[in-house]
Design a protein around this ligand. Structure first.
Ligand code: G3H
Ligand code: ZN
Length: 296
């Protein structure tokens, strides 16, 4: 007999409960086990749930199934929930690979495509995930983006090509997109940009546009590309309705700097667990500051 997919699950309930309290859940990306453990340590210290995300490149580097196993082990070891997200996924094949591997959510990224192609890709993926839910009884959240904000969590000299204030998500398109795709969470472009500018300030977030979108849409809103945005802007975005905040570049940089500074001072050190620890410590400072800010 066909199992019915649950209408809600622990992940979605946790997001909604945070949102109701005017807080957001932190989403951090990882490329290795050191980073996963650093995030789990801070989440445990602050007694907050957390989402660990892996892009297609990040999860191929660690191993798609290996990431799931690592997160399962962390959930056994730590007393806080750690959810696993298949971040920025560009094809149906990769979406289903992550879903079948047991990820809790997946982001279908068609943001660079023309509008109708973005809608079509997301709809195909959402339908396939819903069929998987019916078959297994496991709920998997689907998120999608509208409005191009760049694709790379890197340090940049200038804004990525194709990112412009003229491409902010409009309320009308947001409504149409959410209805036609059947997604669970929505990531708009409101001045946010993937990556971080090296020598300049990040553009300010358009909080007014966000408020209009939040008033028109009743699924959780996600802020991507949050590295480099000011605390004031991030807090204002959460107050305006953002329920999840994604950070990658800032923690990548902190992790890299921690290791690099240690190795400069200890050029003969070859034990990864010693310089890795320094990367973790630097990264934890960023993770802690962000989580405290989002849950204020
Ligand atoms: O999905 C990942 C995030 O949107 C990361 O953005 O590199 O600007 O922090 P960021
Ligand atoms: Zn993102």
């Amino acid at each position: 007999m066909m199992k019915l997919p649950p209408q809600s699950n622990h992940y979605l309930d946790t997001i909604l409960a945070y949102k109701k309290e005017g807080k957001a859940i932190a989403h951090f990306n990882i490329s290795n086990l050191d980073q996963a453990r650093a995030i789990a340590d801070v989440a445990q210290e602050l007694q907050q749930p957390v989402i660990i995300g892996v892009s297609e490149g990040e999860r191929e580097y660690i191993g798609v199934k290996m990431v799931r196993t690592v997160i399962e082990e962390l959930n056994e070891e730590y007393a806080i929930p750690i959810f696993l997200n298949a971040d920025h996924t560009y094809t149906l094949e990769k979406v289903m690979e992550a879903v079948e591997a047991g990820y809790d959510s997946v982001i279908v990224d068609g943001a660079k495509l023309p509008y109708e192609e973005n809608v079509a890709l997301v709809r195909i993926c959402t339908d396939a995930v819903r069929m998987y839910e019916e078959k297994t009884g496991k709920r998997v959240l689907v998120e999608a983006e509208l409005g191009y904000i760049g694709q790379s969590s890197s340090l940049n000299q200038s804004l990525p090509e194709g990112v412009s204030e003229a491409n902010l998500t409009t309320v009308e398109q947001a409504k149409d997109f959410v209805i036609r795709t059947g997604i669970d969470m929505f990531a708009p472009a409101i001045g946010n940009v993937h990556g971080m500018l090296v020598d300049a300030e990040e553009p300010k977030l358009h909080i007014d546009r966000l408020k209009e979108i939040a008033a028109a849409i009743d699924i959780p809103l996600v802020l991507h590309g949050a590295s480099g945005n000011t605390d004031e802007d991030l807090r204002a975005a959460i107050d305006a309705g953002i329920a999840l905040v994604h950070i990658n570049t800032e923690i990548r940089k902190a992790f890299r700097d921690g290791e690099m500074n240690y190795l400069e001072e200890h050029p003969n050190e070859v034990a990864p667990y010693k310089f890795g620890k320094e990367g973790q410590e630097e990264m934890k400072k960023v993770v802690r500051a962000k989580m405290e800010l989002y849950a204020k």
